[in-house]
Design a protein around this ligand. Structure first.
Ligand SMILES: [Fe+2]
Length: 202
């Protein structure tokens, strides 16, 4: 079969675009991504530094007007009340939008912009398409019990800016509350945890 960056194949529940490298993110590489340091440390030991997600990317061409794309796969799992998720990023070229196409599993995308306090939680499921506008930080979250796989298609010049979120993180968290994924402000969630810990250790 023809193999070139202009024609690729993949399995809907697989980890790679056939013949292209897979980048793996294990939990130890996601320090400070999750809200609860204790839960992070416990999960790291109990699950022996689990694989959280993989990305297999294809760059068929470079330059203005070209596109890159990648197959993402997030494993099912949780760190405390938070679900396994990607680190998330802005695009270096802030104007750059992106299309996500859900392939398998059940999850969400968390979207935030730099100039608003809003957080949007948008389903990412098979046969769904999420449009991530420019100027928007985006993180993908697996809230199901099977791997979540999806395709992301973005301008070749978009670039990935992880640094802007490295200190402050997203302003919202997605946590399991009463068995359902729930969007909360990070500050509210951290206050809840603090109150719980104070009750537990008077
Ligand atoms: Fe992106």
């Amino acid at each position: 079969m023809l193999k070139s960056p202009n024609f690729t194949t993949f399995q809907p529940a697989g980890s790679d675009i056939d013949g292209f490298p897979v980048v793996e993110r294990r939990l130890s590489q996601l320090d400070k991504v999750f809200a609860e340091p204790d839960a992070f440390a416990k999960t790291l030991v109990a699950q022996e530094n689990p694989r959280v997600y993989t990305v297999s990317s294809v760059a068929p061409a470079e330059g203005d007007g070209q596109l890159h794309y990648g197959l993402g796969k997030i494993m099912p799992g949780k760190v405390g009340q938070e679900y396994f998720m990607t680190r998330g990023h802005y695009h270096e070229w802030r104007e750059a939008a992106e299309i996500y196409i859900g392939l398998s599993g059940t999850g969400y995308m968390l979207l935030e912009t730099e100039n608003s306090d809003d957080g949007q939680l948008i389903p990412l499921i098979p046969n769904s398409i999420v449009y991530v506008p420019g100027f928007t930080a985006h993180r993908t979250i697996n809230t199901g019990h099977a791997p979540l796989t999806y395709l992301g298609i973005y301008p070749a010049n978009a670039g990935h800016d992880y640094g802007s979120l490295a200190q402050s993180n997203f302003r919202h968290v997605v946590v399991e509350e009463n068995g359902a994924p729930t969007l909360l402000r990070r500050t509210d969630y951290l206050a809840q945890l603090k109150a719980k810990n104070e009750v537990a250790t008077p």
